[in-house]
Design a protein around this ligand. Sequence first.
Ligand code: 13P
Length: 229
Amino acid sequence: MTSHLAERQALIDGCLAMNRLGVNQGMSGNLSHRIDRGFLVTPTSMAYDAMAPDDIVEMGFDGTYLGNRRPSSEWRIHRDILRARPDVTVVLHAHPTFATALAVHGRGIPSFHYMVALAGGDAIRCAPYATFGTQELSDHALTALEGRLACLLANHGMIVLGTTVQSALSLAVEVETLARQYLYAQQFGEPVVLPADEIARVAEKMRRMKYGQPIDDGDAPEDTARPRY
Ligand code: 13P
């Protein structure tokens, strides 16, 4: 019997959603989900709409795997992030058009818009280039993600982290939207960048409001509207 069926299906649904939402195209992205003693990761070079739960690869943190398919060529990125970051359950890697258009210039996304704070800091960094699938690329990614939930990869694409497939997808859409807005804004020159103390204020407000978390547990903070029962 296939183990972790729900997580396997969530990865397939997440891959299909990446393409539907414009966060990825073709079969270039990959997605992983933490399980006990390792993680599940999408197979390499396989069309998302042909993927079945058994095609998802189960891996250990030692790089060994189980299953009929080879793991994503970026399994080191997934393994290293999940090993180093206990706050992360899901790793999403994709090649979205606008984020990649910035990344091919080695550019990250500064705090030209307050929503940059959603990614956990006052800028979304761009990791230096290294060949896809290498330990060097994974090392660069891990450094660029320090204290963050997203980074760009030079001449390559984007990585987004989440606690669920849904939260990773939502953040991927936000980062791609920010990249698109930043590129449009540059039509008039370099846009105004918000100072670090304002981004810290925004981040604190988002934390108090549980901003971006759709579930309302009734624990509304003081400065937000409260439901009337
Ligand atoms: P896989 O098909 O091997 O997952 O990888 C494609 C990719 O995005 C490489 O960076």
